[in-house]
Design a protein around this ligand. Structure first.
Ligand SMILES: [Zn+2]
Length: 122
C-alpha cells in the first residue's frame, strides 16, 4: 500500500477526479489493505435517504464515503502541487522515508532512525 491513514492524496479517476488545474485532494480516512482500497474524505460519497423517525422527525439524507481503489489515488506532493508516484529511501540518520519521484522532496518518515541504515560520515 502506497498510502496511509491521514495522507493527503490526489484522486485520479472516477466521478470525483479533478484535472491539472484543480486536482481533487482529500484526506485518507481509512485504508483497507486486503481489498487494496482506501476511503478518502469527501470522495465517492453515497447518500442514504432516511425515513422520518421519532429520533429524526424530518427524515433526511445521510452521506458516507465509499472505498475507492488505492491505485486511483496518488500521494500529494506539496512541492509539485500534484499527486505523485513515491519512492522509499533512507535518510542520513537511517530513518525510512517516502519521497516524490518527480521532484525528490521528502514526504514523511515511515520509521524511526535506525543506525543500521544510517550513512556514516566517515
Ligand atoms: Zn514532487
Amino acid at each position: 500500500m502506497h498510502v496511509r491513514k491521514n495522507d493527503i492524496v490526489e484522486v485520479l479517476t472516477g466521478d470525483d477526479a479533478g484535472d491539472a488545474q484543480s486536482p481533487t485532494l482529500g484526506k485518507v480516512l481509512r485504508v483497507l489493505p486486503d481489498k487494496n482500497k482506501v476511503i478518502v474524505e469527501g470522495v465517492n460519497k453515497v447518500y442514504r435517504h432516511l425515513k422520518p423517525s421519532r429520533r429524526n422527525p424530518q427524515g433526511g439524507r445521510l452521506s458516507k464515503e465509499m472505498p475507492i481503489d488505492a491505485s486511483n489515488v496518488l500521494l500529494y506532493c506539496p512541492s509539485c502541487r500534484r499527486g505523485r508516484r513515491i519512492g522509499k529511501r533512507y535518510t542520513a540518520d537511517g530513518a525510512k522515508e517516502r519521497y516524490c519521484k518527480k521532484c525528490g522532496s521528502g514526504l514523511g518518515l515511515l520509521s524511526k532512525p535506525n543506525p543500521k541504515y544510517a550513512r556514516s560520515s566517515s
